[in-house]
Design a protein. Structure first.
Length: 156
């Protein structure tokens, strides 16, 4: 089975200049966990996932201490609301992962599973050349339990 038979399409995208507020709104309204980021030519330049909106542990420079950061700012016992408020105006380009792992639309499901496991990711943009044409997520693999095609999923 090819990725094109199971991927979600059309794919929602964000533009590099979109603010994080716009990105978050799109993700919430469409109930999706990631947005491929495209440039003015519609070419994939990065990806933003819901995990980019949460704290990540980072090493404190010149020490063995690890502490949480949100949008590049150290998170203390207070101040999360202020960090999120300020981050609303950051652009997708400033926050995106500029090296998204992708698959072509003719990739096999084995290719998808291998990449997801190898890179510990839940979603992969599906590309035709440099253009995103779909998304495949771990969730989409549930379609295989219903016969594997979009038609089977649509009938559920």
């Amino acid at each position: 089975m090819k990725v094109s038979e199971i991927m979600v399409q059309p794919v929602a995208t964000a533009h590099e200049g979109d603010t994080l507020e716009e990105v978050a709104r799109t993700m919430l309204e469409q109930r999706i966990g990631c947005l491929p980021v495209v440039n003015d030519r519609g070419e994939l330049t990065g990806i933003i996932t819901e995990s980019d909106f949460t704290a990540k542990e980072r090493g404190v420079p010149f020490s063995l201490i690890r502490a949480p950061q949100v949008f590049g700012q150290w998170l203390g016992k207070e101040g999360a609301e202020e960090i999120y408020q300020a981050a609303r105006k950051l652009t997708a380009h400033e926050v995106m992962n500029p090296r998204p792992i992708t698959v072509p639309e003719d990739a096999t499901l084995e290719d998808v599973l291998e990449k997801m496991l190898q890179h510990d990711i839940n979603r992969l943009p599906v590309v035709r050349g440099k253009q995103p044409v779909g998304i495949i997520a771990r969730h989409d693999l549930l379609k295989l339990m219903l016969g594997g095609t979009r038609a089977a999923a649509a009938g559920s």
